[in-house]
Design a protein around this ligand. Structure first.
Ligand code: PLP
Length: 457
């Protein structure tokens, strides 16, 4: 059969609230043209993020009832720890309430002024946590990864020559090296096993610990199985186990490939680093056998980590993203090629060539998308990664809009609707006008920034 069907039946449903164009116009103005400030009830299809938005399975809900809420030594923690160890293989498993909490703890220990942390691409929270300590977050993705039309099968790979150059010049200032799999900021693009292995080897040669930002490790494993020589007969779990065997530790948001609505962990092999991490954990997250989580969360996550590696699920997941990508391409919309693992990334620069980067074309896209169909996407462009230096906007390299697909939530009809709305927007694209920023925070400004029509006020 050619048709890849949703590998689940729907047992419990959540109604969608519909809005009219007139209502959305008002809602968007009230939100100061920042969809992060729109109430979820006012959104018809929410593609803001795949983070924490997964539908849990009946097995996960069942496991929730078995949660052990003991403060210390909870049985649910042991179950969680053993599932994480089975897949990731690290000695120390430190639960946190979400990915950035594990980043905050790790960077507080290894970061600091004068240090440099290389990565393929730092995700926004990773970058913010690195920079908050005074360290430099260095992005070294391969050149192919920066070209939205390049069809390289592993566009998330790090440039090993550039990494080696950094290590030759200043390995003493490099406390850890990282890879983000899949590369969220770079378009949800995978990293090859060969690259993971070589990165591990290279860093080890210079005595630098290797940490994997592993939020979408199962999706990355699926790409390796599909695209890399020698892996087609391995299970996603075996592939994942091999990926992590080359690393010294990992940060993880279980809100992604953990099928959790909340959760994360920091894992590592080094005993003394783990001691320092646990000390910080107690300050902000909680006792080491629950971190920032309830026992019931740990139970659901242990089940989720197994389900996320199911081949039928990964096949369907990949097919959904690719289906939306192809519908948009057929309509003439330019997207980042090839489509990534969890989202379709639209090139807003080419969608709205009349809007200069200083006027946030990707932010304009997310606003127009909401207006046209009540669909919420996220800007990954100058609002997120640009900078304001003494009142002057320094734009980001790219102006992308991410349409992230929550796991197991929307059906094919929902995806058809999204494609139809964007196709209609594309027809009217020449009418769109730019935005300017009127209010912003010093870190992660895209979450709270306020916008207005460019040229107004
Ligand atoms: C989501 C994400 C994080 C941060 O995780 P949170 O759970 O949102 O705090 C870090 N890195 C990458 C690649 C992510 O996608």
């Amino acid at each position: 059969m050619k048709e890849i069907i949703e590998p689940f039946r729907i047992k419990s449903v959540e109604p969608i609230q519909f809005t009219t164009l007139e209502q959305r116009r008002e809602i968007l103005a009230r939100a100061h043209y920042n969809p992060f400030k729109i109430d979820a009830d006012d959104v018809i299809i929410d593609l803001l993020t795949d983070s924490g938005t997964s539908a849990m399975s009946a097995a996960q809900w069942g496991a929730i009832l078995t949660g052990d809420e003991s403060y210390a030594g909870s049985r649910s923690f042991r179950r969680f720890e053993s599932k994480v160890r089975e897949i990731f293989g690290f000695k120390h498993v430190i639960p946190t309430h979400q990915g950035r909490a594990s980043e905050k703890i790790l960077m507080s220990i290894v970061g600091g002024a004068g240090k440099t942390i290389p990565n393929n691409n730092h995700f926004d929270t990773t970058r913010a946590n690195v920079e908050f300590t005074g360290a430099e977050a260095l992005d070294l993705v391969i050149e192919e990864g920066k070209d939205p039309d390049n069809l390289h099968p592993f566009k998330g790979n790090i440039d090993l020559a550039k990494l080696e150059k950094v290590l030759i010049e200043r390995s003493a200032q490099v406390p850890i090296g990282m890879l983000t799999i899949t590369n969220n900021t770079g378009g949800g693009q995978p990293v090859s096993m060969e690259c993971i292995r070589s990165t591990g080897k290279l860093l080890r040669r210079y005595g630098v610990p290797f940490f994997i930002d592993s939020c979408r490790f199962a999706e990355n494993a699926w790409f390796i199985k599909q695209r890399e020589e020698g892996y087609k007969d391995k299970t996603p779990k075996e592939i994942a186990q091999e990926m992590f065997s080359y690393a010294d530790g990992a940060t993880m948001s279980l809100k992604k490939d953990g099928f959790g609505n909340i959760g994360g962990f920091l894992a590592m092999n080094d005993d003394s680093l783990a001691d320092s991490a646990r000390n910080l954990l107690i300050l902000t997250e909680g006792f080491p056998t629950y971190g920032g989580l309830a026992g019931r969360d740990l139970e659901a996550l242990a089940v989720g980590l197994e389900e996320t590696l199911d081949e039928r699920y990964l096949e369907y997941r990949h097919a959904t993203v690719s289906y939306l990508a192809h519908k948009l391409m057929d309509a003439g919309v330019r997207i980042v090629q090839p489509p990534g693992g969890h989202a379709v990334y639209i090139d807003a620069k080419r969608f709205f060539p009349q809007i200069p980067p200083e006027q946030f074309p990707a932010q304009v896209f997310v606003c127009e998308l909401y207006l046209a169909g009540g669909i919420r996407g996220v800007e990954i462009g100058s609002a997120m990664f640009g900078r304001n230096v003494n009142g002057v906007e320094i734009p980001a390299d790219r102006e992308l809009v991410r349409l992230a697909l929550p796991r197991r939530v929307y059906t094919q009809a929902h995806v058809n609707y999204v494609a139809e709305v964007i196709t209609e927007m594309y027809r009217h694209r020449s009418e769109a006008r730019g935005l300017r920023i009127v209010k912003q925070a010093p870190f992660l400004r895209h979450f709270t920034a306020e916008f207005d029509a460019a040229g107004s006020g």
